[in-house]
Write a protein that binds this ligand. Structure first.
Ligand SMILES: Nc1ncnc2c1ncn2[C@@H]1O[C@H](COP(=O)(O)OP(=O)(O)OP(=O)(O)O)[C@@H](O)[C@H]1O
Length: 250
């Protein structure tokens, strides 16, 4: 469904990738993991057609990213809500921007349904300033789902939240993914987050980066972080990843 082949990107006179290639299948939950600055967020911009590539190719369901834009949605680290619209209106706004004019009533119905799905049925009238960080991020997730994308790109969506909210949000996004069957590409630098969420972890090395490891996770869900299989993966990932972080810092 999504393929990067030998992608090269130049930013500020630097090569970010060394022929970056990977694929994502329909319905997969893929986590992109790697040291700071290795190009995880950049790869989401490339897949969304927001950044030109200097070489290689990107295909999304046999289309260029520019042609496939209506199949994509983003959730960023910061929820980027419109402060003067309440939760419901923020979700509706996502649909208005994507689909233009149409039935206002059906959009409100869909927004209500999605806000219920993310646990905000009782908070639809609240403005962003009246919502907690986790609730605001839930609105952003509902807004992404509202445009019925094929693929959702998530760029460290929980990293600004406190640890207990982050844990809760991970469980919720896993449930939402199972419920909706969407394809998710999720950027994180948190090994445990990737181990909890991913069908597959794509580990990038330091810049200019390429795929260092493609790790399939077969452990059943919901995952027990203490499971022996995960513990073995954690130890190895931390080993590879930590040594890359150390090199990146020198
Ligand atoms: N507009 C830009 N101009 C110049 N360099 C840039 C620009 N945007 C990103 N970079 C550089 O590209 C590299 C990759 O950045 P990117 O944000 O994709 O990394 P990342 O892996 O997501 O990092 P982090 O985990 O710290 O968020 C970094 O070295 C960054 O400084």
């Amino acid at each position: 469904m999504l393929e990067l082949r030998d992608v090269m990107v130049e930013l500020g006179g630097q090569q970010i990738y060394d022929h970056l290639s990977f694929q994502v299948s329909r319905g997969e939950f893929v986590c992109l993991l790697g040291p700071s600055g290795c190009g995880k967020s950049t790869s989401l911009r490339v897949m969304g057609g927001l950044l030109p590539i200097a070489g290689g190719s990107v295909r999304i369901m046999d289309q260029s990213p520019a042609d496939a834009w209506s199949k994509l949605a983003y959730v960023f680290q910061s929820p980027r809500l419109v402060s003067w619209r309440n939760a419901l209106e923020n979700v509706v706004l996502g649909m208005e921007l994507r689909f233009g004019a149409g039935s206002a009533a059906s959009r409100r119905d869909k927004a209500m349904e999605l806000l219920s799905l993310v646990g905000l049925a009782a908070d639809t009238h609240k403005y962003p300033s009246m919502l907690s960080g986790g609730e605001r991020q839930r609105v952003a997730i509902a807004r992404a789902l509202a445009v019925d994308p094929e693929i959702i790109f998530m760029d460290e969506p929980f990293s600004a939240l406190d640890p207990s909210t982050r844990r809760k949000m991970r469980t919720e996004i896993e449930q939402i993914w199972r419920h909706t069957g969407k394809t998710i590409v999720f950027v994180t630098h948190d090994v445990d987050e990737a181990l909890q969420l991913a069908d597959r972890i794509i580990l990038l090395g330091r810049k200019p980066s390429s795929v260092q490891e493609n790790l399939m996770l077969k452990a059943s869900r919901p995952r027990d972080p203490g499971a022996a299989e995960l513990a073995a993966h954690r130890a190895r990932l931390l080993d590879t990843y930590a040594s890359d972080e150390a090199v990146a810092e020198t």
